[in-house]
Write a protein that binds this ligand. Structure first.
Ligand SMILES: Cc1cc2nc3c(=O)[nH]c(=O)nc-3n(C[C@H](O)[C@H](O)[C@H](O)COP(=O)(O)OP(=O)(O)OC[C@H]3O[C@@H](n4cnc5c(N)ncnc54)[C@H](O)[C@@H]3O)c2cc1C
Length: 110
């Protein structure tokens, strides 16, 4: 039996499918990535809305940030960082209170 995989289909372009497809492609395997959603990214994706007063609002639907401890994952994320796909978060975290229209519980992450 021939054990060389020539072509792989990955279903789902969230972080799991995307990393899987990228790893396969980096190892010389031809990959086709399918997703049933309108845009790729799964729960990494961002939605854009225009408010009634014309302002652009951006909503992260899943993971606005993540932390890394595993060295294998760190090497993947370091490569993303060098390509400008992710950046270290150096600002504040806070919650938006829709009743007061204010950002509350702001804290700085070191
Ligand atoms: C509100 C919220 C906040 C979160 N905040 C954080 C955070 O701050 N930090 C963090 O690390 N994590 C966070 N998470 C969790 C994180 O978003 C998810 O764990 C991660 O994005 C899941 O990735 P995934 O690839 O496993 O799945 P998904 O991102 O769900 O990807 C699955 C993809 O498969 C596609 N798909 C499914 N079925 C089919 C099919 N039959 N055919 C074709 N395509 C299909 C879907 O359309 C989707 O694009 C948050 C999640 C939520 C909901």
């Amino acid at each position: 039996m021939q054990n060389t995989v020539a072509k792989v289909t990955v279903v789902g372009s969230g972080i799991s499918g995307s990393v899987c497809a990228a790893t396969l492609a980096r190892n010389g395997i031809s990959v086709t990535l399918f997703d049933s959603a309108r845009v790729p990214g799964g729960r990494m994706s961002q939605r854009r809305e225009i408010s009634e007063d014309g302002r652009e609002l951006l909503f992260d639907h899943g993971a606005p940030y993540f932390t890394v401890t595993n060295p294998d994952v760190l090497s993947v994320v370091t490569e993303w960082e060098s390509r400008g796909l992710v950046a270290e978060w150096k600002s504040n975290f806070g919650s938006f209170d829709c009743f007061t229209n204010k950002i509350v519980n702001t804290e700085h992450q070191a």
